[in-house]
Design a protein around this ligand. Structure first.
Ligand code: SF4
Length: 250
């Protein structure tokens, strides 16, 4: 699957997080020698060990990310550790981005790119019935009278929004497709369909949280286009969706 190269924002922030952790470990370590009681020293040593573990995890994950970007094959266990690191450090990176005044959606877009890259290198193939596409409700034309959240087949395929063509695509390939109004409904659909792979279309914020929640399920995230502003008559590039479907289906 073709991807844009926006990964460097997240990778850069991961690197800064790693440097901060390392400095923190060094600082706590230096404080250990100033403790008067044995108990205090033990507490500080435990803290050092915990932070060193996090720093090591971040370093391994960062190395894994850099190697996969350079197309160096990783052992499946290292791939898994890299994914875990990415998910685990996500909140730290977001906080760091806030402190550095980097726009949240830029960081989230970068995270989605990295996630998609890690999903792609797994090269996982599934039966169409094991693939679920989750679509946001705002993809439906706002004045369409048909209720599609309960049943997407209520769409009449009039062609005024992308729901119709996506439904046609589902008919052609045989994958599951659902329209969801938020995380709760998305979780419910995942629980009932039990897919092995997911393609999600949404805004960067919802995609990032969805990817984290669905982990370890592989999720390819596709950002929607919002020509009329957020959550209103949004669009999606059908070619990118089809490309993602072809990537997953056997
Ligand atoms: S394609 Fe379907 S959902 Fe979209 S406006 Fe037409 S009937 Fe409504």
């Amino acid at each position: 699957m073709k991807m844009e190269s926006k990964k460097r924002i997240f990778v850069g922030l991961l690197l800064v997080s790693l440097i901060i952790f390392t400095l923190l470990v060094y600082y706590i370590w230096s404080l250990t020698f100033n403790q008067r009681t044995f108990l205090n020293q033990i507490v500080f040593i435990v803290l050092v060990v915990i932070f060193m573990g996090i720093a090591f995890l971040a370093a391994a994950g960062l190395a894994g990310i850099l190697l996969t970007i350079l197309n160096v094959p990783l052992y499946p266990s290292w791939q898994k550790a890299t994914r875990l690191t990415l998910n685990f450090l996500y909140p730290f990176v977001i906080q760091l981005g806030k402190m550095l005044k980097i726009a949240q959606d830029k960081i989230q877009r970068s995270f989605i790119e990295l996630n998609n890259h890690l999903v792609c290198i797994r090269n996982m193939k599934v039966h169409p019935s094991q693939l679920l596409i989750l679509l946001p409700h705002c993809l439906q034309l706002s004045n369409c009278p048909h209720r599609i959240t309960m049943n997407i087949n209520n769409c009449q395929g009039c062609g005024r929004c992308k729901i119709g063509p996506l439904l046609e695509l589902a008919g052609e390939y045989g994958f599951n497709v659902k329209v969801v109004t938020g995380g709760t409904l998305a979780r419910k659909e995942i629980e009932s369909i039990k897919p092995k792979a997911i393609i999600a279309v949404a805004c960067e914020r919802d995609l990032s949280s969805g990817i984290l929640e669905a982990s370890p399920l592989p999720v390819l995230g596709i950002s929607n286009q919002r020509p009329q502003g957020p959550c209103f008559n949004t669009q999606v590039d059908l070619k990118i969706v089809e490309e993602a479907v072809k990537f997953f289906i056997k």
